[in-house]
Write a protein that binds this ligand. Structure first.
Ligand code: 4BW
Length: 145
């Protein structure tokens, strides 16, 4: 007897099925100096990462370009600013966010304009990130697997 392989439809996937869980996501804290944030970004290799508060609530994102723009003076890179300025002063706080229960299509819409979108619960606690890569991988599986 031939056994039919059930393929889960894209509409069955939730953001929580595809996200990178919080424990695997590089992040910085809002009161870290820019120096620390830049180190995390360079060492991890990512262009931008989530910003969390001390209770692990999501408060924004920060990227290498934003940091470098803030320390770039007219004639030189003002390295001393890296220890004077804290992440919350320059982070992007008006960010889109998803919950684990949101649909595949909700995730797809968000990663059209951004390489990743943060996932948090209804109380604001950080759950992880949904990346463009995860969405594209799942699309490929469903169309060509
Ligand atoms: O270290 C890396 N490992 C792997 N496997 N792929 C990487 C790495 N660094 C970059 N990439 C690739 C990914 O395909 O380059 C793309 C763009 O990276 P980005 O944006 O500009 O640093 C990556 O695409 P993606 O996996 O869809 O990830 C989209 C964005 O999500 C990344 C980064 O800002 C964020 N991100 C991904 N994984 C992360 C993370 N941030 C923190 N922690 C993680 N584990």
């Amino acid at each position: 007897m031939k056994v039919m392989q059930e393929t889960k439809s894209l509409t069955d996937f939730r953001v929580g099925d595809l996200m990178i869980p919080s424990e695997k996501v590089a992040h910085v804290q809002l009161n870290n100096p820019l120096e620390h944030a830049l180190l995390v970004l360079i060492k991890s290799g990512y262009s931008a990462v989530p910003v969390l508060d001390t209770s692990f609530k999501l408060v924004g994102t920060i990227g290498k370009t934003t940091i470098l723009n803030h320390v770039l003076g007219l004639e030189r890179i003002e390295v001393e600013k890296l220890s004077d300025i804290e992440v919350h002063e320059i982070m992007k706080s008006d960010i889109p966010r998803l919950t684990k229960d949101d649909s595949f299509i909700d995730g797809l819409k968000e990663v059209i304009n951004s390489p990743f979108v943060c996932v948090a619960d209804d109380n604001g606690y950080f759950d992880g990130i949904l990346t463009r890569r995860a969405i594209l991988k799942q699309l490929k599986r469903n169309f060509y697997a």
